[in-house]
Ligand binder design. Structure first.
Ligand code: PNW
Length: 492
C-alpha cells in the first residue's frame, strides 16, 4: 500500500530519547575474568551442540576491555541514551547476595561514569538472559520460586551501587523468549525442552520477580534516586488478514494477548493474566485430560501486588505476521505452541528477507503495535527498547537494507506519535555493534558498527547505517529538504 508507506516529514518531541542497545553476554567477553562466575549461557555454549558452529561469547566484542572505544562510537552517533545489561554473575558470581564481586561492580561503575562524561544517560537492563549457573544448579533457576528472593537481592544491590547515576531500569528483557526458548523449545539456555506447564511456571516466577523488584525500588529508592523502572516485552505485530472479518480481528487479539498480554496484562492492566489466556489454557488443559489448567493462578494478594508495577512499557519489536482465526482448538501437543496459542500466522513471500529466518521487515507493523499498546494500557509511556535488522556474515559497510529498515521503521514510530497520539518517548536501535547473536552465533549481524571477530583486537568500523542514524538524531526526525545526506536511501 503506497500511501501507507509514504515517508512522513516531521520532527519528534524535543525530549525524545535516542538510544542504542547491547547486552552483557552478547558483547562483553571476559567470561571468567576478575572474579566473574559462570552463567547458563557460558555453560550452554561450552557444552557444544547448541550454537552455530559452537561459537561462544567467551570474547564476543571484548567490550569488557573496549568499553571506552564503544562509548566514543555512541558519542559520534549523538546518542542521548545507551541501553546495556548487567551480567548478574559478574557482580554476584554465585548469584547469591553473599558473593559480591567488587571488580565486577567497578566495571559497571566505569561504564556508567564514562557514559555520563559523554552526556549519555544509561538505560540498564538487570536481566538479559545470563542467569548465574549456581542458581540453576541449586534449585532450577526460574523454574523455582526461590529465584524471586535472589533476584530481588540482586536488583537491590544494583539500585544501591548504581542508582545514584542510573535513572532508567528495565527488570527483564523479553520474558516471553526466556520462558519459551529457554524452557519450551530449549533452543536457548538452559536448553530445557518441556512444553506444557514449565514455561508457564517460569513466566509466573518472572512476573513475581519483576513485581518484587519494582516494589523494592518504589519503597526504598524512588524518593531519593528519582528514576523509573519497567520491563521490556517483545512481540511481532499480528495483523488481521482481513480487517473486515471479525474472526480475524479476534485472532489478532488472541495472538497479541498471548504474547504481550501474557506479561503486560498482569503488570500494566489488572494484576492477572488476560481472560483469553486463562479460559483457553483451562479449556485446552481439560481437553487434554489434566486435572487443572497448565497456567498457574495468582492469589488475590499477588494480583494487588503485581498490578501497576511498571512506570513505562519497553517494547522490542522486529517483524509482523498476518493472522487468521483457528478452525478448531487442537489438543494434540500440550504447550504454548503445541496447542495453546493456536492462531495460524505467516509472513508474506513478497516481504524482504533478513539474515534471520524469523525477521522480515514490515515497517507499518511498528505503528500498529505502538497504537495497540497505547490503547490497551491506558496511554502508558512506551519506549522502543529494541528494533533492528540482521544481515549475513559478510564484510559490508554499505548496509543499505539496514538503512532502509531504520529509516522506514523510525518514520512509522513518528506516525504513531504524531498522527495516532501514541505516548512513545524513545527509540532504541538494536544494535550498536555486531555481536553474539545467541543460537546463531556470529552468523547474523545486527550492528551499526562492523566487528571483525577473526581479529584478536576485535576492531570496529562504522557502517553507513550508523551515519543515517546519526543524521536522524541530529535532525530529531525527518526534514524535507535534507536531500544531500544519508537520509536519502535508494528505493525507499
Ligand atoms: C532479541 N525470535 O531477541 C534480543 O533481546 C536480543 O538480545 C537479540 O540479539 C535481538 O532480539 C535480535 O535477535 C530475540 O526468534 C530473539 O522471534 C529471537 C526472536 C526475537 C527476539
Amino acid at each position: 500500500d503506497e500511501d501507507r508507506d509514504a515517508l512522513y516529514y516531521d520532527t519528534f518531541p524535543d525530549d525524545f530519547k535516542w538510544s542504542s542497545a547491547t547486552s552483557s553476554y552478547q558483547i562483553e567477553g571476559a567470561w571468567n575474568e576478575d572474579g566473574k562466575g559462570p552463567s547458563i549461557w557460558d555453560t550452554f555454549c561450552h557444552e557444544g551442540g547448541h550454537v552455530y558452529e559452537n561459537h561462544t561469547g567467551d570474547v564476543a566484542c571484548d567490550s569488557y576491555h573496549k568499553y571506552k572505544e564503544d562509548i566514543a562510537l555512541m558519542a559520534n552517533l549523538g546518542l542521548k541514551n545507551y541501553r546495556f545489561s548487567i551480567a548478574w554473575s559478574r557482580v554476584l558470581p554465585t548469584g547469591k547476595i553473599d558473593s559480591v564481586n567488587e571488580d565486577g561492580i567497578a566495571y559497571y561503575n566505569n561504564v556508567i561514569d564514562e557514559l555520563l562524561d559523554n552526556g549519555i544517560d544509561p538505560m540498564v537492563t538487570l536481566y538479559h538472559w545470563d542467569l548465574p549457573q549456581g542458581l540453576h544448579d541449586d534449585y532450577g533457576g526460574w523454574m523455582n520460586e526461590s529465584i524471586i528472593n535472589d533476584f530481588n537481592d540482586y536488583a537491590k544491590l544494583c539500585f544501591e551501587r548504581f542508582g545514584d547515576r542510573v535513572k532508567f531500569w528495565i527488570t527483564f528483557n523479553e520474558p516471553w523468549i526466556v520462558a519459551l526458548l529457554g524452557y519450551e523449545s530449549g533452543v536457548f539456555a538452559p536448553g530445557i525442552n518441556e512444553p506444557g506447564t514449565i514455561p508457564y511456571v517460569v513466566g509466573h516466577n518472572l512476573i513475581k520477580s519483576h513485581a518484587e523488584a519494582w516494589h523494592t525500588y518504589d519503597d526504598q529508592f524512588r524518593s531519593v534516586q528519582k528514576g523509573v523502572i519497567g520491563i521490556t516485552l517483545n512481540s511481532d505485530w499480528s495483523e488481521p488478514h482481513d480487517r473486515k472479518n471479525y474472526k480475524h480481528i479476534f485472532a489478532s487479539e488472541r495472538a497479541m494477548q498471548f504474547s504481550l498480554g501474557w506479561f503486560g496484562h498482569p503488570i500494566y492492566k489488572n494484576g492477572d493474566y488476560p481472560e483469553i489466556m486463562k479460559t483457553k489454557i483451562a479449556e485446552i488443559s481439560a481437553g487434554q485430560g489434566l486435572p487443572q489448567s497448565r497456567l498457574p493462578e495468582f492469589t488475590e494478594e499477588e494480583k494487588v501486588f503485581i498490578n501497576h508495577t511498571g512506570d513505562f512499557f519497553g517494547l522490542n519489536h522486529y517483524s509482523t505476521n498476518y493472522v487468521v482465526n483457528p478452525t478448531n482448538e487442537n489438543y494434540e501437543l500440550p504447550g504454548y505452541w503445541g496447542s495453546d496459542v493456536n492462531v495460524p500466522s505467516w509472513k508474506e513471500e513478497s516481504w524482504p528477507q533478513s539474515a534471520s529466518s524469523w525477521l522480515k521487515p514490515v515497517p507499518w507493523g511498528i505503528r500498529q503495535i505502538l497504537v495497540w499498546i497505547h490503547n490497551e494500557y491506558d496511554g502508558i509511556d512506551s519506549y522502543v527498547t529494541e528494533n533492528g535488522v540482521s544481515t549475513h556474515d559478510v564484510y559490508d559497510l554499505s548496509d543499505e537494507e539496514r538503512m532502509k529498515y531504520y529509516k522506514s521503521y523510525i518514520n512509522e514510530v513518528l506516525k504513531a506519535i504524531k498522527l495516532d497520539g501514541a505516548n512513545c518517548k524513545g527509540y532504541t536501535a538494536w544494535s550498536l555493534l555486531d555481536n553474539f547473536e545467541w543460537a546463531a552465533g556470529y552468523s547474523e549481524r545486527f550492528g551499526m558498527h562492523y566487528v571483525d571477530f577473526s581479529d584478536d583486537d576485535r576492531p570496529r568500523e562504522v557502517k553507513d547505517s550508523a551515519k543515517l542514524y546519526a543524521d536522524i538524531i541530529a535532525d530529531n526526525g525527518f526534514i524535507e529538504d535534507n536531500t544531500s545526506r544519508s537520509l536519502v536511501v535508494e528505493g525507499s
